[in-house]
Design a protein around this ligand. Structure first.
Ligand code: SF4
Ligand code: SF4
Length: 63
């Protein structure tokens, strides 16, 4: 139960990191990453993964 970021599609825009309720998103110079150990897919916070909703590049999907 975790989301993942496609490194080839992520533009490192930074939009996803501040909205993550579990602080699972780590920044990078070329692409961002999601820690699968702490990502809850926003369970209990939102009906769908919030990072997917904000990503302008469509880079985030199921692990
Ligand atoms: S699905 Fe939710 S908990 Fe997981 S990385 Fe995205 S915003 Fe964070
Ligand atoms: S919002 Fe999308 S493109 Fe921007 S840093 Fe996050 S995963 Fe990468």
């Amino acid at each position: 139960m975790a989301m993942t970021i496609d490194p080839d599609t992520c533009t490192a825009c930074g939009d996803c990191k501040p909205i993550c309720p579990t602080k699972s998103i780590k920044s990078g110079k070329v692409f961002y990453t999601i820690d699968p150990a702490t990502c809850t897919e926003c369970a209990g916070e939102n009906d769908s993964p919030m990072c997917v909703n904000v990503c302008p590049s469509g880079a985030i999907g199921p692990l």
